[in-house]
Design a protein around this ligand. Structure first.
Ligand code: WT7
Length: 667
């Protein structure tokens, strides 16, 4: 059944001019009526002001079952982060129940299915019933507060129901992007200790079906802790059902549509989301209930100038990434908004898909990745201009640096030359947007290709990696850190707080280290230059070089590998693997080996991790103590030979010349 109750609401409400939301708070004590610059300077000069600000915001943004008594208890030196202590609340109630009095018939979710023209509208009332039924089913299956569940599902209503059902009963969910392989899925299930996995028979994306249930079957073979696998129906294809498998919708339909939202502590983990680091296995970042919801709802409102009841927020990210968690699900729903669940790709059935969808659904916001823009701008602008995009008001972007060409194209062709471009910088670890052009005072400029301004209460600092000291002058460049804690930041790495402290809080004591480099211009505006650690950002998704090396090293013919990222026109960065084979491997096998090694990365991690380039070599540039000089490999991959620099400290400098020649041959 297709319905769009929002249409009715929309007609009755006057269209407000941009800026009254972005620049001023109302009803916020002494902070009322301050503009961005005034508020920032008052927060920066005085930490008690900051405390007061987050107190009022915490009270205003959420419904509390029990009020908090302490705003924050943070000490970044020891990686201790806690907000809104003493408070009790439920995230699902904040995203659904509290809106029922005024928004029961408003559309909460619009599911844009893979085939265009098949949108499905779900109201807050329906969302409530679906979430309650699934929460009741999860309770019946023995799950209880404090447990974890892994969700391996495509973007669509069921995954949102399941996330909120978990939140309703105090179960931390861990959504695993449905493009990850069985091995990667198994590693996450084991690490998070999930008793329950929820999946879908098959996904459909870009006209292709993806076997999700079969992948789960392969994964759970090595996960003895899994007691139950719920299977949601998307295609209805017949998939093997074993003794622990239970059809989701059929069983939920028999459960009560009334399930109490459990009061949870503010710091109760809401979810765990895995992301790649520079070393070791992926890290399960833990996000809290209260601080995360306060921060995602506030940033959703102010960075994007979002107005519930009028606006349709079109974040096209997959729910399996943090962008999906914060700006498809939690931010928009906590704000009583209408949010898009985009199942397809930017190029299906053609490269006009985003704009066709925007016109048909009347999107007021679109939030996408630089990679997709770089792909789309290669095609005729007719794919954009043939659609009426007059409802679009804010154009967002996240994931990688948004280069000038893509910024200009987005601004001119999609934005008609006058809409706000929100280049937002943030990370899985930060919970929500930290640097973005808005909120800022009315008329304040938005400059191309930089996220510019810190969000309220945040204090970015640039650090000199050589001296460990803060770089105070402008313009300048340095490693990007954050001085003040904020409610949305990650609390820990699941099961490994020591690693959390070491990764983020040891490099520059007292500061959160982002892993990114940044520059600050003369006016103080920030531009992100990219990762400064061994993390590769492929199409806006993070990969650790160590993860890929591990996968390649596991092949019996491989002796040693070094993986780096290199600039790629479309993907931002792509993976380059240098591989040393074991003695005695026949040269005739190189073609097969190349295929086998790529396959191995796909099987162990995911398709997007597969090296674009794979070079067999006899040696790698190493220091005398045996450390691989990745800096040199990066220069070779980028063909930036002039800046390779001094190689006399290498154990065998001749390796560099050999690599250059091989690389050239390879082109
Ligand atoms: C890394 C975080 C947060 C959602 C998407 C990715 C890069 C992100 C920008 C931007 C330049 C950006 C950074 C960051 N990044 N946004 N606007 N400009 N770089 O989340 O997978 O945790 O990756 O993405 O390098 O560290 P993630």
């Amino acid at each position: 059944m297709l319905r769009c109750p929002l249409q009715l609401v929309r007609l009755r409400l006057p269209v407000r001019q941009l800026s009254d939301l972005t620049t001023k708070f109302t009803g916020l004590g002494s902070f009322s009526n301050l503009n961005y610059d005034q508020l920032q300077s008052s927060l920066r000069t005085d930490s008690s002001q900051c405390e007061q600000f987050w107190k009022l915001i915490g009270e205003q943004q959420l419904n509390w079952m029990q009020p908090f008594h302490t705003v924050s208890d943070c000490d970044l030196k020891s990686a201790k982060i806690a907000w809104y202590l003493g408070g009790k609340l439920n995230a699902s109630a904040n995203c659904i129940d509290r809106h029922l009095a005024t928004r029961a018939d408003q559309t909460a979710l619009i599911w844009e299915q893979d085939e265009p023209g098949n949108q499905v509208y779900i109201t807050y009332k329906q969302l409530h019933a679906e979430v309650c039924r699934i929460a009741s089913l999860l309770l019946q299956s023995g799950l209880q507060a404090g447990d974890t569940a892994v969700l391996y599902m495509p973007t669509g209503p069921p995954v949102v129901y399941c996330m909120l059902a978990c939140a309703r009963i105090g179960v931390a969910h861990s959504v695993v992007f449905a493009g990850f392989s069985a091995e990667a899925l198994a590693a996450r299930i084991q690490d998070v200790g999930a008793k329950v996995v929820i999946t879908t028979d098959q996904a459909i994306r870009g006209g292709k079906t993806v076997e999700l249930k079969r992948t789960v079957d392969a994964a759970v073979k090595s996960c003895p802790m899994v007691e139950r696998v719920f299977v949601s129906t998307r295609t209805g294809a017949s998939v093997p059902m074993g003794s622990i498998d239970v059809p989701l919708e059929k069983n939920a339909a028999a459960c009560s549509a009334d399930c109490a939202a459990e009061p949870m502590d503010s710091e109760q983990p809401l979810f765990v989301l895995y992301t790649s680091g520079s070393t070791g296995k992926p890290k399960g970042l833990v996000h809290s209930t209260a601080g995360y919801l306060v921060y995602t709802s506030l940033t959703h409102q102010h960075v994007f100038d979002y107005r519930p009841g009028q606006d349709i927020f079109g974040c096209v990210a997959d729910v399996g990434w943090i962008t999906g968690h914060s700006y498809v699900v939690y931010g928009p729903l906590a704000n009583g908004g209408t949010t898009l669940l985009f199942e397809s790709t930017p190029a299906y059935p053609d490269v006009g898909r985003y704009w066709e969808t925007a016109e048909r659904l009347g999107l007021t916001h679109i939030y996408l990745s630089p990679t997709s823009l770089r792909m789309l701008l290669r095609y005729s602008t007719d794919f954009v201009t043939k659609y009426d995009l007059s409802r679009l008001r804010v154009l967002g972007c996240v994931g990688e640096p948004l280069n000038h060409e893509a910024w200009e194209w987005y601004h001119r062709w999609v934005g008609g030359g006058h809409r706000d471009i929100a280049d937002t910088w943030w990370q899985t670890e930060t919970g929500g947007v930290c640097i973005a052009p808005r909120p800022s005072a009315e008329g304040a400029p938005i400059l191309p290709a930089m996220p510019m301004r810190p969000f309220y209460g945040l204090e970015p600092v640039l650090m000199d990696p050589a001296t460990g000291a803060e770089v105070t002058e402008s313009p300048a460049e340095g490693h990007l850190c954050m001085r003040r804690p904020w409610p949305g930041m990650a609390r820990s790495i699941w099961g490994d707080h020591k690693r959390f402290a070491e990764t983020y809080y040891s490099q520059f004591p007292g500061l959160y280290f982002t892993g990114d480099g940044a520059s600050r211009d003369a006016q103080g505006f920030l531009h992100i230059t990219g990762r400064v650690d061994d993390v590769i950002n492929v199409t806006g998704h993070r990969l650790g070089t160590a993860e890929i090396e591990d996968a390649l090293d596991s092949h019996p013919a491989v002796s040693e590998t070094a993986v780096i990222g290199y600039p790629h026109k479309l993907k931002g960065e792509a993976v380059y693997a240098f591989v040393i084979l074991k003695d005695g491997v026949s040269i005739d096998r190189l073609g097969d080996l190349r295929r086998e090694l790529k396959r191995r990365v796909r099987d162990r991690i995911a398709a997007y991790a597969v090296p674009e380039k794979l070079l067999f070599t006899d040696g790698l540039p190493k220091t005398r103590s045996g450390k691989i000089m990745r800096r040199i490999l990066k220069r070779i991959a980028a063909e930036d030979y002039d800046s390779i620099g001094d190689i006399s400290t290498l154990a065998d400098p001749s390796v560099v010349e050999a690599l250059k020649q091989h690389h050239d041959l390879y082109q």
